[in-house]
Ligand binder design. Structure first.
Ligand SMILES: *Cc1c(COP(=O)(O)O)cnc(C)c1O
Length: 485
């Protein structure tokens, strides 16, 4: 059953009836051609024979088996699964954008280049950074670019002893991975009792071997690190640079500029904050922004503007000491069009309202659930809140089970067991696009599940009961996917 309807689970082949067809081809109006010979043809290829409505129903059913933000609330912390306005897609599908070829001459793509140039400027304005490159295709790739730029900067100055990058223990897993891929040794820095990066622990590693620090603001506990100015200052005084992971920009949009917090280089996740449907690995864009120091190192291309005879022209440029190219062409253009459309349709005031409401919604959930779900860091949160299922675990139901049971209530699971420093973490990010009725229904579900934990723990421990498939072996599902079952 899905949405109260019986589901026909047969595959396309099982639905096939010999001789049934889905199209009627017109009579041949060209001479018939012989088929290619021998080994170019396959014999005995089994194809399903179905009429068009049956095909449409089958594929529509498949699309409903998946969970999406267009169907239900999706509070997957850190991922910013907010509603993606359809106007973004309409703009990205305009033939003038969608039909461009990346190898086309620049004189024929001035409109697209202008859009990229303007977007670079908007993102520089929103972050306060001096320059932006749109080339990177994901948040993690933006981090990697940032690390390569920091490395190039130190090497350029002959400072080759700086081999370490300090990262708080609350960080997203991509941070240490990116630093390691760029050749740095990662030093983990503890968080203090309020969830900030421990300033004293940072001071201990702020020496002549420190290349830089990666900080997420607000951090992955959903908390604004109130030591940020002093943290950045400590790193700078030791000769290092500060990388700001801006994936949580939904909390700050239109309110605070990352540059004014002390960051030298940042990335944004356009697919999260600036609304492109994402998940399952793509598509994404993770532009990087830099201050004056790192401007010459930006990845190529950066779109430049030339003013000639009163008119503007735009071209792809390579910064003087660029770390090089990080993707085949000019970045993930369709995602960039969507981000541009989003920024233009929201405007200054709209973007500031995004962060206001994202933070308000997260605090509403926090206040409404903290009497039942343990709150390890009990202070005002930003755009997301991290609970612990510690008290439910004491009644033999773990966070994983609670997340699975939420599916039966029609909600996507929150992020679980991350950040690593919270036992039984349930990380909930409601986003600004959910209304109060949805949040109240979610709160009611979380409270109902807690009652079930006391009254009928096996109901929760065997959930979900209403999804097309119940519990999967997640490791095997990823490595040996069964796409036909
Ligand atoms: C999502 C996220 C990233 C990585 O972004 P991808 O686009 O998935 O590579 C990095 N840091 C934080 C805090 C994130 O939430």
């Amino acid at each position: 059953m899905i949405n109260g309807q019986n589901v026909d689970r047969r595959t396309l082949m099982e639905r096939s009836i010999p001789g049934r067809i889905g199209t009627v081809l017109p009579a041949l109006d060209v001479p018939a051609q012989p088929l290619p010979q021998g080994e170019m043809l396959r014999d005995g290829l089994e194809l399903p024979e179905l009429a068009e409505p049956e095909i449409v129903r089958y594929f529509t059913l498949l699309s409903h088996l998946n969970f999406s933000i267009d169907t239900n609330f999706y509070p997957l912390g850190s991922c910013t699964m907010k509603y993606n306005p359809k106007v973004n897609d309409e703009m990205a599908f305009l033939p003038g954008f969608a039909s461009l070829h990346p190898l086309q001459g620049q004189e024929t793509t001035q409109g697209a280049l202008k859009l990229l140039y303007l977007l670079q400027g908007y993102l520089a304005e929103l972050t306060g950074m001096k320059g932006v490159s749109l080339a990177s295709l994901a948040g993690a790739q933006g981090e990697f670019c940032g690390m390569l730029m920091i490395r190039a900067y130190h090497h350029e100055r002959g400072d080759k002893e700086r081999t370490r990058v300090a990262i708080p223990d609350s960080a997203h897993g991509t941070n240490p991975a990116s630093a390691a891929m760029a050749g740095f040794d990662v030093v983990s820095v503890a968080s203090d009792s309020r969830g900030n990066m421990d300033l004293e622990a940072l001071k201990d590693v702020a020496d002549s071997h420190l290349a830089g620090v990666m900080i997420t603001q607000p951090n992955t506990l959903g908390l604004f690190d109130t030591n940020i100015l002093e943290l950045c200052d400590t790193v700078h005084r030791a000769g290092g640079l500060v990388y700001g992971d801006g994936a949580n920009m939904n909390a700050l949009l239109g309110r605070a500029k990352l540059a004014s917090l002390g960051f030298d280089v940042v990335h944004l996740n356009l697919h999260k904050t600036f609304t492109t449907p994402h998940g399952g690995g793509g598509p994404g864009a993770g532009p990087v922004g830099v201050n004056d120091t790192l401007l010459p190192y930006l990845p190529a291309p950066v779109v430049g503007r030339q003013q000639e005879n009163g008119g503007d022209s735009f071209s792809l440029t390579t910064p003087e000491k660029s770390i090089g190219k990080v993707c085949g062409f000019h970045g993930n253009f369709g995602v960039l069009v969507r981000a541009y459309t989003y920024i233009r349709s929201m405007g200054n005031t709209g973007l500031a309202e995004v962060s206001t409401n994202a933070v308000l919604n997260a605090n509403y959930l926090m206040q409404s659930l903290k009497d039942i779900y343990y709150l390890p860091y009990d202070r005002t949160c930003m755009h997301e809140v991290v609970f612990s299922a510690r008290d439910q675990k004491a009644r033999d139901v773990r966070g994983l089970e609670i997340a699975k049971r939420l599916l039966d209530y029609g909600f996507h699971a929150p992020t679980m067991y991350f950040p690593l420093i919270v036992d039984e973490a349930l990380m909930i990010e409601p986003t600004e696009t959910e209304n109060k009725e949805t949040l109240d229904a979610f709160i009611e579900a979380m409270r109902a599940i807690d009652r079930e934990v006391s009254e009928d723990p096996s109901l929760v421990n065997n959930a979900p009961h209403s999804t097309p498939v119940s519990r999967l072996d997640e490791a095997r599902a990823a490595r040996q996917p069964n796409l036909r079952g």
